[in-house]
Ligand binder design. Structure first.
Ligand code: UDP
Ligand code: MG
Length: 139
């Protein structure tokens, strides 16, 4: 059993994809054990993506992530981290496999509708960034 953090990014919310993303995860055996809508400010987006500080896309990415509401969720299941990333597809939608969320719905490498943690340590950091223990409900 593993936990991961996923986000329906501001572009995904504006495209009415909240339900589609959650449905894809649920259909594939992941359980949503924490869920909320948030509107990150610039500082919160910068903290979330601190690992990318200094990269050429950091400024634009953190502006985009603070440009509208997002839906953040904690998913639980076997191999949740890898499973979530497989369902999302590659960062660049042009490289994402057919049938993945990003291939189907993303506009470009920045506006790629969905986030998923990339490993156990990042998952722990990212879950703790948005959720406390009382906001998670394993069932
Ligand atoms: N990103 C970008 N340009 C790039 C690489 C990434 O705008 O060249 C954005 C994109 O929104 C991506 C996020 O930064 O989802 C985090 O990048 P990462 O490499 O961690 O990709 P992910 O783990 O989301 O697939
Ligand atoms: Mg990443």
């Amino acid at each position: 059993m593993q936990r991961t953090l996923s986000i329906v990014k501001p572009d995904g919310v504006k495209k009415n994809l909240i339900g589609e993303v959650i449905k894809r995860f649920e259909e594939n055996g992941l359980r949503v054990i924490g869920l909320k809508m948030i509107y990150m400010d610039k500082r919160e987006a910068e903290g979330f993506y601190a690992v990318h500080r200094g990269k050429p896309f950091y400024e634009s990415l953190t502006q985009f992530m603070s440009s509208g509401p997002s839906v953040v969720m904690v998913l639980e299941g076997d191999n949740a981290i890898l499973k979530t990333r497989e369902l999302m597809g590659a960062t660049d939608p042009r490289e994402a496999k057919e049938g993945t969320l990003r291939r189907q719905y993303a506009n470009n490498i920045e506006r790629n509708i969905v986030h998923g943690s990339d490993g156990p340590e990042t998952a722990a950091f990212e879950i703790g960034y948005f959720f406390n223990a009382l906001e998670l409900f394993p069932y």
